[in-house]
Design a protein around this ligand. Structure first.
Ligand code: BTN
Length: 243
């Protein structure tokens, strides 16, 4: 794995994205930074991380024949890779929250931001951005956020975690999706936050509704069993899981 270490940058996703304009980098090139000045989160939010105490990094992966409709496959692999890397540390109640978070109980410890470079309807390159809260102890003004050190009471080696996550990413992203995607999807569902439990959601019109998460569809939509016993698929913009 080619590792580019930066002490500071705006965003490792942005850095890697601009780097691939001019250079042909190998798969699984990683850009890691101690500090991000403009860390990007989902839906235009920002990602805040204490300098030097956490992992903020981006991984490059090229694809040949993955269409835009199949992009959630990448997301499933990334979530499972992080989950698998963290599982040996016995993080309490470790879960994958659809679509982009890793939680311990109700606290977020990791966020994922995948940015794709397209060519027509195909994903040519994915920039897989991962922010993992590792040794940070203070999350003032950020409710429901935690770190491995807060949860487990010990300091973690950042590079060791980085190599573990990227190692698992290589394995998951090289599975044969034609044959094994449903197995990956089942593993993902096994670890899904609030699966099978009565949960409250907010729809795009900001209305609250109740339902039970049943899983994810092959295209990555969240399957929710509604109170009237109808199973409905929701995409990212259509639903937010509250609790
Ligand atoms: C989220 O939960 O909103 C996604 C957060 C993703 C943060 C990571 S940190 C490394 C990479 N570079 C960025 O600017 N963002 C991602």
């Amino acid at each position: 794995m080619q590792l580019i270490k930066l002490s500071a940058t705006d965003s490792t996703n942005a850095y890697l994205k601009s780097l691939i304009q001019g250079v042909d980098l190998e798969d699984f090139t990683v850009v890691v930074a101690d500090t991000q000045m403009k860390g990007r989160g989902q839906m235009g939010t920002s990602w805040l991380s204490e300098p030097g105490n956490n992992l903020t990094f981006s991984v490059l992966k090229k694809f040949n024949r993955v269409s835009v409709e199949e992009q959630f496959r990448i997301n499933i692999c990334v979530s499972l890779a992080i989950y698998t890397a963290l599982a040996p540390y016995n993080v309490p109640d470790l879960k994958i929250k659809w679509p982009n978070d890793i939680l311990s109980g109700y606290s977020k410890i990791c966020g994922i931001l995948i940015e794709n470079v397209l060519s027509g309807q195909f994903i040519r390159t994915s920039i897989i951005g991962i922010g993992l809260n590792v040794n940070q102890l203070n999350f003032e003004k950020l409710p429901n956020v935690s770190s491995l050190k807060l949860l487990l009471g010990q300091e973690f080696d950042l590079e060791e975690l980085l190599y573990a996550i990227v190692g698992h990413l290589k394995v998951f992203l090289s599975t044969n999706w034609e044959h094994e995607f449903d197995v990956l999807r089942a593993s993902y569902e096994d670890q899904l936050f609030r699966i099978g439990k009565p949960s409250t959601f907010k729809n795009a019109e900001e209305q609250l509704f109740m339902g039970f998460i049943k899983g994810v569809s092959r295209s990555g939509k969240l399957l929710i069993l509604l109170e009237d016993d109808i199973l409905k698929e929701f995409d990212l913009k259509e639903v937010k899981l509250l609790y």
